[in-house]
Design a protein around this ligand. Structure first.
Ligand code: AMP
Ligand code: FE
Ligand code: ZN
Ligand code: FE
Length: 286
């Protein structure tokens, strides 16, 4: 069983459509892939249709999910949520709040980039984002198009879009303890995404992770491309101390990042344990 529990489509900042992501997961030899777009479930229906249309003899399960943008003491962090009821109104409202504020913030970031001499426009960013939950990676793609930086990743420096960078503007983000409770109340399973991704900015102290565990967090995403070996060892120990499960996943973004789908995976026993906690939705199979 090859299980990848974190992937993005063009419903947020990935480049594959949800149907293309399903195809890519089959090609990558995955048995399970989670669709976890930032603050949205807009890709779920298309992914489900694609799973249902898979040819005979092809087997893939899609775990419907999302990745919620959170902040604690000024430190941004991401909470993965799996198998919640997408209709549950309180969690749905919180996702909507974050998505709406992404537009205000996106315009402000574009304005800052223009003041800093980058010839990009909001229209261009909207064209790149399409219907997707708009974010910094779309603006990064606009900066690449304008020849300001060479790659999306090069746009995430203090000169441009990195947390605290010259063109960084904060968006509304949810308190993570509240978010864990919202996800659980919607029947979902909350997992802390890339908790030690230092290259993205400050990471939360262990005490916050302990608070999240007490509020109902299920797992830490430990095997992730942004974690070095020492970080993984430390997080595995912390998960053990706090009674949390440990997952691994690619955080695939199509062409916007270099990581391959299935580059990191989750143990089947852990996957089963996460499924056993979910009451809000079912995995999508053919
Ligand atoms: P946003 O949700 O709009 O604040 O943008 C955050 C997204 O930017 C993350 O989900 C990543 O996809 C991407 N990102 C953040 N830091 C980096 C980085 N250092 N290199 C490349 N992409 C990044
Ligand atoms: Fe992303
Ligand atoms: Zn993330
Ligand atoms: Fe992600």
């Amino acid at each position: 069983m090859r299980i990848d529990l974190h992937a993005h489509s063009n419903a947020s900042d990935g480049t594959d459509s949800p149907a293309e992501l399903v195809g890519a997961a089959v090609v990558a030899g995955l048995d399970v892939v989670a669709l976890t777009d930032h603050d949205t479930v807009a890709g779920h229906a298309e992914a489900a249709d694609a799973v249902h249309a898979l040819p005979d003899g092809t087997r893939l399960t899609v775990v419907p999910g999302a990745e919620l943008s959170c902040v604690v003491d000024g430190i941004s962090m991401h909470l993965l949520a799996y198998l919640f009821d997408p209709e549950e109104p309180e969690f749905a409202r919180e996702r909507e709040l974050v998505r709406t504020d992404r537009f205000r913030r996106g315009r402000a970031v574009v304005e800052r980039c223009r003041e800093l001499g980058a010839d990009i426009s909001w229209e261009q960013v909207q064209r790149i984002a399409g219907a997707g939950s708009v974010g910094r990676p779309h603006i990064a793609s606009a900066l690449v198009e304008a020849g300001v930086v060479g790659t999306v990743s090069d746009a995430f420096t203090p000169d441009w879009l990195a947390n605290g960078g010259r063109a960084d503007v904060r968006k509304h983000e949810t308190d993570p303890v509240a978010a864990v409770r919202l996800v659980r109340a919607a029947g979902g399973v909350p997992v802390f995404a890339h908790p030690g991704a230092v290259k993205r900015g400050r990471t939360v102290p262990d005490q916050v992770i302990a608070d999240l565990a007490a509020a109902g967090l299920a797992a830490l995403e430990v095997d992730h491309t942004d974690h070095d070996e020492e970080t993984r060892r430390r997080l595995r120990g912390l998960a053990g101390d706090l009674g949390l499960l440990v997952t691994g996943s690619s955080d695939y973004h199509g062409g916007r990042k270099t990581v391959r789908l299935g580059e990191h995976t989750t143990d089947p026993e852990v996957y089963e344990a996460l499924l056993a906690q979910a009451t809000g939705a079912k995995p999508i199979t053919r």
